[in-house]
Design a protein around this ligand. Sequence first.
Ligand SMILES: [Ca+2]
Ligand SMILES: [Ca+2]
Length: 284
Amino acid sequence: MRRTILPTAAVVAAVVGLPGVASAETTTSYVVPLDLTVVASPNTCPNPLLTDFCGYTRGTGTVGIAPGAPDAASGTDHLVISTPDGNAKAYALSYEFAGTPLSDIETLGYRSYVAQVNPAEPRQAPALNIEVDRNGGTLQPGDYAVLVWEPVYTAESTDARRWITRSPSTSDGGWWSPANRSTTQLPQPLGFPQEEATWEQVQAGLQNATVLGIGVNQGGGNPGLLAQVDLLQVNGTVHDFETELPYPTAKEQCRKNGWAEFTAPGFRNQGQCVSWVARRSGDA
Ligand SMILES: [Ca+2]
Ligand SMILES: [Ca+2]
């Protein structure tokens, strides 16, 4: 959707494997501030959504793309999420995969960095969230559910101030859902064990489900948590959050030594930069 409407935000093919994730070929999609819409009420993302990502913030929570802790794999710009008090909440979800069967989501990954911990629970870090229609088809009342994967329920590191690769699709557990709480009538209605479920178990419990949105969330009850996320991977697409695109979209950007600023791809001189833009825009 967005990519045909906002030509500044294009996709560049690259091979950028997430460290620790099986090295299938992936495509890097650079996500810049124009690609993220943030709303103040839950489930009010514009429809149709003209950006790939939609974020929601509650109370003092914030989410945005900004410079943060340098990371060899993801640069210095990241998705930055802050929840200053216990009521705050903030998330950013991609809707590029809406309608995809949950069973087709094979690879999920991201990198996270906790710059400032929640003092009451210093192991907390941003979680992966997937909004689903639990039985596919049209979204009827009762069909909506959010699947959550949290590092704290797995054997993955909980260290602060260190970039850590997260592996929701291959970890030893960590999945749960608010819609999966057992009652006396119905033990675990989504069909997988809370918090200790693997991705395979989630998929087995929700065989007809379809994806609505996929992204990262910092939920309520995390006062003081200040974190960064990058390289959000869904199957073959890796989302790299950047304040600016690392490549030129207009020939003018190559001039006055502008060519030297670009990194993906990098250029040897102005002429090479101009040619690249011309080829890419089809007017070479
Ligand atoms: Ca449905
Ligand atoms: Ca980045």
